[in-house]
Ligand binder design. Structure first.
Ligand code: BG6
Length: 318
């Protein structure tokens, strides 16, 4: 039985337990039965379910749930870099670290807390992190689940260093799809992108919507704040709203690359698509004491609505 949102105790709807590695995980619940799970390992969202209990995020059947590697699926957080350059590990260290629960986060706006169950997490650099990236920061992550089942992630990164530093960032979001050949993305048409399969060469997207028939690994630039991923077979559309995240990564490894990844099944590329709100092309620079905020909100609508009916003018919904 569902509960009315008016009497739902959002605090009590946040449950903290341990996973089988002894790492805390947090389950958030909505009054009508949607849920999300967040692990302190990486501050990673590892599950997001709708009111029918259907999983909306992909996790590989071969995922390795053991620190210090990120789990293959859910929403790994890429910070302080997206990609692989310099001495930092691929996609940065944040996704491989054990975060803490932030008992006393600085306040967010009323819309960020009202009618939502949420958890606040915190990452500060360890001595070891400072050796490979010598910048002191506080990374606060709020994960929240709204009464309508939509999932929001708000990252606040503060420079507590004596000098400026720069970083790139992505919410590496593994969406679960029925069949990649039946999926299309709307909102990125005609935009420029950097192609990771062609040494980051810049191209301009042609055509109406993005569809998939081979490996894709791109960073779309200066994207709109709303992007939709339509899954025809499941009649489900993911709507991604974002703020502070100008770029969108689109990644599907397809057949050959899937076979080369130890924590990914050979055919699993058919059931996933990464569409990440990100800031990559122009990294963020923070002066001492400055803070950056990057938000993403994921929701699902039935695809019986045609794409024109997306209310792209709607606010961020945070
Ligand atoms: C993508 C990168 O976004 O992430 C790919 O552009 C990479 O090149 C993929 O393979 C997954 O990265 P990882 O480190 O989680 O295996």
């Amino acid at each position: 039985m569902g509960h009315s949102a008016a009497v739902w105790d959002y605090r009590a709807a946040t449950e903290i337990t341990k996973d089988w590695n002894g790492v805390d995980k947090i389950v958030l619940r909505s009054p009508r039965g949607a849920s999300a799970r967040v692990s302190l390992h990486g501050g990673q969202v590892t599950s997001w379910r709708n009111e029918q209990g259907e999983e909306l995020l992909f996790t590989s059947s071969k995922a390795i749930f053991k620190p210090p590697k990120a789990v293959r699926g859910g929403i790994p957080i890429c910070f302080p870099q997206f990609g692989n350059c310099g001495s930092l590990e691929q996609h940065g260290f944040a996704r491989n670290k054990i975060w803490t629960i932030d008992e006393n986060p600085p306040p967010l706006g009323p819309n960020d807390s009202h009618a939502k169950s949420f958890i606040d997490l915190l990452l500060k650099p360890s001595e070891e992190d400072l050796k490979c990236w010598p910048h002191s920061f506080e990374f606060r992550l709020r994960v929240s689940l709204a009464a309508d089942g939509s999932l929001a992630l708000i990252s606040r990164i503060r420079n507590v260093n004596g000098k400026p530093f720069s970083f790139s960032f992505a919410y590496h979001t593994y969406l679960s799809v029925s069949d990649i050949s039946e999926v299309r993305i709307e909102g990125l048409e005609t935009l420029d992108y950097l192609d990771n399969l062609c040494q980051k060469e810049r191209f301009t997207e042609q055509g109406d919507a993005i569809t998939f028939e081979s490996e894709v690994d791109r960073v779309y630039l200066s994207t709109p704040n709303v992007v939709a991923v339509l899954d025809h077979e499941r009649k489900r559309t993911y709507v991604i709203r974002k703020d502070g995240l100008p770029d969108v990564v689109v990644w599907n490894p397809w057949e050959k690359k899937s076979k080369s990844m130890v924590d990914f099944g050979d055919d699993e590329y058919k059931q996933m698509l990464c569409v990440d709100g990100a800031v990559i092309e122009k990294p963020v620079t923070l002066k001492p004491g400055e803070e950056w905020t990057g938000r993403v909100e994921l929701s699902v609508v039935a695809s019986t609505l045609c794409s024109e009916q997306f209310d792209v003018q709607r606010g961020m919904g945070f």
